[in-house]
Design a protein around this ligand. Structure first.
Ligand SMILES: C[S@@+](CC[C@H](N)C(=O)[O-])C[C@H]1O[C@@H](n2cnc3c(N)ncnc32)[C@H](O)[C@@H]1O
Length: 264
């Protein structure tokens, strides 16, 4: 979900966000060469799409495959690792014997879930994915990873009602839906305009589990629409925002952590 910086040249298509997310590569499985071209041509780094603690040559050799859209939409290792650590630091407020169910309603690659489960002790993962092709590939990709992830195919809104979660688990929910047209360069990311809206997702999850202690981790952009943050804050008991310095200033990602039913 990061912006490319390179310009196209000649007749060869530029392997960028436009081609992979909105163009003809969106629903195609990429070759290793294409994954590395995307990294090199858009970010000057052929190993840009690091996932599951591996570089592209390493994960490709293990049989991991990505659609063009997922190569763009995925949360790559450097960011997912930081998110996992920060969630774990907040979750450490609970007694050591606490068990956590970690839910990613928008699974994509499942890479953020992979890192959260790495960092949060006594945790198990549940992820939902409604695109059948993304679901099928991710299912294969995560099959051999050493993480307890149950991937369920379907719309998060529907799957939520079918879940049977252990009664005493604290719920951690990672929220990073497709951003659609929600990013305005001046106003920032509008949390009410992602697809689906992040503000609706928080309301939906909170009402599905009214008696649970919940920790939300919302992936945000460096600049977030102020009114939309205020709306989100009105739905939770506590929140804080942290930005990461992985990209050039103005193009960084961050995490909005929020709790319901408890405070760290
Ligand atoms: C931005 S990606 C998620 C990135 C991912 N969490 C990661 O760690 O790499 C969003 C994914 O959510 C899926 N999706 C979008 N709307 C959905 C919905 N209503 N229910 C389930 N999955 C959905 C998309 O198909 C896409 O694969």
């Amino acid at each position: 979900m990061e912006e490319s910086t390179a310009q196209g040249s000649g007749k060869e298509p530029l392997y960028d966000r436009a081609l992979l997310l909105h163009g003809r590569k969106r629903n195609e499985v990429l070759t290793l060469n294409e994954v590395q071209r995307y990294g090199a041509e858009s970010f000057s780094d052929p190993d840009y799409v690091r996932l599951y603690s591996m570089t592209p040559p390493q994960w490709y050799a293990r049989g991991v495959r990505l659609l063009g859209r997922t190569a763009v939409e995925c949360t790559r290792d450097p960011l997912a690792d930081l998110i996992g650590r920060d969630i774990a630091a907040i979750a450490a407020s609970f007694p050591p014997e606490t068990k956590f169910s970690v839910i990613d309603p928008f699974a994509g690659s499942c890479n953020t879930l992979y890192w959260i489960l790495h960092d949060v002790p006594c945790s198990r993962g549940l992820a939902f994915e409604f695109d059948p092709s993304v679901y099928q590939l991710t299912r294969q990709n995560i099959a051999d990873l050493d993480r307890p992830i149950e991937l369920i195919q379907g719309d998060y809104n529907v799957v939520l009602d079918r879940l049977d979660l252990p009664t005493h688990d604290v719920l951690i929910v990672f929220v990073a839906p497709p951003r659609g047209n929600a990013l305005d360069e001046i106003e920032g990311l509008d949390l009410r305009r992602t697809e689906p809206p992040i503000t609706d997702i928080i309301t939906r999850l909170a009402s599905a589990y009214p008696d649970r202690r919940m920790l939300f981790a919302v992936q945000v952009y460096e600049n977030v629409n102020v009114e939309s943050i205020a709306e989100l804050k009105s739905k939770v008991d506590w929140s804080t925002v942290k930005n990461y310095n992985l990209n050039v200033p103005g193009r960084n990602h961050g995490i909005l952590s929020a709790s319901r039913g408890w405070r760290p």
